[in-house]
Design a protein around this ligand. Structure first.
Ligand code: ZN
Length: 202
């Protein structure tokens, strides 16, 4: 499986990092070695002093497709979940300044904790609340009605470049409130009011 992630999809998060508002989705990948499942702990690597949490809604691809039209995109995912896009902000900043790719800052081992997946029919995808706490303190709170690009627009866009395969996971962008993690932290992510993911930082 592969992970395809969207950057800069929530206006307030773009503002907090002083980034430009994109005219089309910003896309990057994470390899399967980035995935953490079943609430596995995250071991803080020593190459970064500033790893941030970014809570994001996940889509799980249910059948293979490429060049998917927006109006058919909903047929390609049946389940949603919640994940954290761990980002080494210090490395990312250095890459950005030099105009280099971000992979070392975004795709390292364990950088993609993902929850179990839930049938999408149980939710209103256009008004979906999600949030993240760090040591029981609310840090991020988002609603999919604030996305610049909808789930279906994201699928239409990325499937122009990458064939989507069953089991692939899409990270759909983070709202405002990203921040640094520390060893000993407990991060918990919620979809609506349900706790779906818990990650201990070791
Ligand atoms: Zn992200």
């Amino acid at each position: 499986m592969k992970i395809i992630a969207i950057g800069r999809n929530y206006a307030e998060h773009i503002a907090e990092l002083n980034n430009e508002r994109p005219s089309e989705p910003v896309v990057f990948l994470k390899p399967d070695t980035a995935v953490l499942r079943n609430n596995a702990p995250f071991y803080h690597p020593d190459f970064s002093k500033d790893i941030h949490y970014e809570v994001e809604v996940l889509l799980k691809i249910s059948k293979e497709g490429k060049h998917i039209e927006k109006k058919f995109a909903h047929k390609y995912y049946d389940e949603i979940g919640i994940g954290i896009d761990f980002t080494a902000r210090d490395l990312q900043q250095r890459c950005k300044e030099k105009g280099l790719p971000w992979e070392i800052a975004k795709a390292f081992n364990g950088s993609a904790p993902i929850s179990e997946f839930k049938a999408k029919n149980a939710y209103n995808l256009n008004e979906l609340n999600f949030s993240l706490t760090q040591n029981d303190e609310l840090k991020q709170k988002g609603n999919t009605n604030m996305m610049l690009f909808s789930f279906d627009e994201i699928i239409a866009h990325i499937s122009k470049y990458f064939t989507l395969k069953k089991g692939d996971v899409i990270f759909t962008g983070t709202p405002a409130g990203v921040g640094k993690i520390n060893i000993g932290d407990k991060l918990v992510a919620y979809l609506e009011n349900e706790k779906l993911l818990e990650v201990e930082v070791k």
